[in-house]
Design a protein around this ligand. Structure first.
Ligand SMILES: *[C@@H]1O[C@H](CO)[C@@H](O)[C@H](O)[C@H]1NC(C)=O
Ligand SMILES: *[C@@H]1O[C@H](CO)[C@@H](O)[C@H](O)[C@H]1NC(C)=O
Ligand SMILES: *[C@@H]1O[C@H](CO)[C@@H](O)[C@H](O)[C@H]1NC(C)=O
Ligand SMILES: *[C@@H]1O[C@H](CO)[C@@H](O)[C@H](O)[C@H]1NC(C)=O
Ligand SMILES: [Zn+2]
Length: 416
């Protein structure tokens, strides 16, 4: 039987640049300036580098006369930043109609942490997203008596007071933290380079041999407090993204809406979010109703792609060969991670036998604030990293394109 095809994704669209921030860019966001050893511009990291690295790598291989031993598909969406419904979703549908099934999907995702994984370790680590969090927006509707603003209620039952208590409650007591795959595997990979008691607890929590108490301690006491990026790995996040109340300065509003955007861990679901909101509302529950927002479609977290999958190993090999060489032979760890945001790859999961692996082979130094350049000011990619991204893709294409028959049992592990 011929090998199943492999699908490589990137996206062509970028997020906008607000007019008020144009003057804050060192070089124009659409200049593509090559200055100071960097290529500057919106999309330099997300995700023009993915498209260009793939196309450059293909061009090099074709010039060398290389021929893959299987079909390789490339799909570049034009609306990833707004959900991919008119791009990736339609391409996936077309492929499905043609009866195409692929072995694995490679997409944008984790980067190479030049400064390690702050604040735990400074040893460089490349992250491969093996799962994506779920997405849901829920509106909390407050109903109140309303009336004349000259006679405000005395018992805290105004729409504004109820909405404010809900917002405060969500802000003070976010959803409970817990450890799930692939974060457990990430901890196992970090543990050896994390000094002291914390490294030991990481290893114990990741081994599954510790008590639930150890897991709770690691999730809640460390990860959920150190930075928004790590907190997002261990809990359903709840972000207040809308507040609406009042229409006249002298009228007590009869209603209010609080909009809450959730990102769910693998294994969580809408009813867990509703339970959380009911607890957050407490005694105000009788003034509140919760309903799904009509905006972007809700989705559960994706299944977790196994890190023992041969395609994970191939990407790991390509990343280590290129980045260890770049680092003068220093070790670069590679670990699975959970993506807090979404990618186009989720649309292709129904036609992928082995799931999706999400990685962008460029280095970021989060201590130096590089993380904020993605979707932010002064987005840029170093010329050296662009070259390395081409090398990683070239190596990956060769490894994938000349694979000996894959082991039959490389299906993704279910997320439960
Ligand atoms: C952008 O530049 C303006 C004017 O120089 C400054 O006031 C503002 O703080 C800058 N914004 C950011 C996000 O750096
Ligand atoms: C929803 O998630 C909760 C908490 O993770 C779990 O206890 C419950 O069984 C799930 N319900 C369904 C229908 O999967
Ligand atoms: C998202 O929702 C819209 C309507 O609400 C529906 O037409 C569309 O098929 C949904 N997309 C997915 C991927 O479920
Ligand atoms: C990352 O940035 C910090 C702060 O600017 C710097 O001290 C450190 O050397 C950088 N690390 C690497 C590997 O470039
Ligand atoms: Zn992107």
């Amino acid at each position: 039987m011929p090998l199943l095809p492999v699908l490589f994704l990137s996206h062509l669209d970028v997020v906008p640049v607000a007019n008020e921030t144009l003057s804050n860019w060192t070089y124009g966001p659409f200049s593509g300036a090559v200055k100071e050893g960097y290529v500057w511009g919106r999309g330099a990291l997300d995700d023009k580098v993915g498209v260009s690295a793939l196309l450059e790598a293909c061009t090099l291989l074709l010039r060398e006369g290389w021929r893959p031993q299987r079909t390789l598909y490339f799909a570049f969406g034009q609306d990833e930043e707004v959900g991919g419904e008119m791009g990736a979703a339609l391409i996936a549908e077309l492929l499905a109609r043609r009866g195409v099934m692929v072995d694995i999907v490679y997409d944008e995702g984790g980067s190479v942490g030049a400064d390690g994984f702050p604040p735990y370790t400074t040893r460089p680590i490349a992250l491969i997203g093996t799962a994506e969090k779920g997405y849901a927006t829920i509106n909390a509707r407050v109903s109140a008596a309303g009336g004349h603003s000259s006679l405000p209620p005395l018992d805290g039952s105004s729409a504004a007071a109820v909405a404010a208590r809900l917002v405060t409650s969500i802000d003070r007591r976010p959803p409970q933290a817990s450890l799930v795959e692939p974060v457990t595997s990430l901890l196992a990979a970090l543990a050896p380079s994390v000094p002291g008691l914390r490294g030991w607890l990481f290893a114990l929590a990741a081994s599954g041999l510790g008590s639930p108490w150890v897991e709770r301690l690691v999730a809640e006491a460390f990860l959920a407090h150190d930075a928004p990026e790590t907190a997002a790995l261990v809990r359903n996040t709840a972000a207040i993204t809308g507040l609406n109340l009042g229409f006249a300065e002298n009228v007590l509003p009869p209603a209010a809406t609080v909009r809450i955007n959730f990102r769910m861990l693998p294994g969580s679901n809408i009813s867990a979010l509703m339970d959380y909101l009911h607890r957050a509302a407490g005694r105000d529950l009788l003034h509140l109703t919760f309903e799904m927002d009509g905006g972007q479609n809700a989705s559960l977290a994706t299944p977790v792609t196994s890190a023992t999958n041969p395609y994970f190993q191939m990407l790991k090999t390509a990343l280590q060969e290129v980045y260890q060489l770049a680092d003068g032979g220093g070790r670069v760890d590679v670990a699975p991670t959970l993506m807090a945001g979404g990618t186009d790859s989720k649309h292709y999961l129904p036609i992928s036998r082995g799931g999706a692996l999400r990685q962008t082979p460029v280095s970021l130094n989060r201590t130096a604030g590089d993380g904020r350049r993605v979707h932010g000011l002064n987005e840029r990619v170093s010329v050296g990293d662009f070259g390395r991204a081409v090398c990683v893709m070239r190596r990956l294409l060769m490894l994938v394109g000349t694979l000996p028959a894959p082991a039959p049992a490389s299906a993704p592990a279910a997320a439960s």
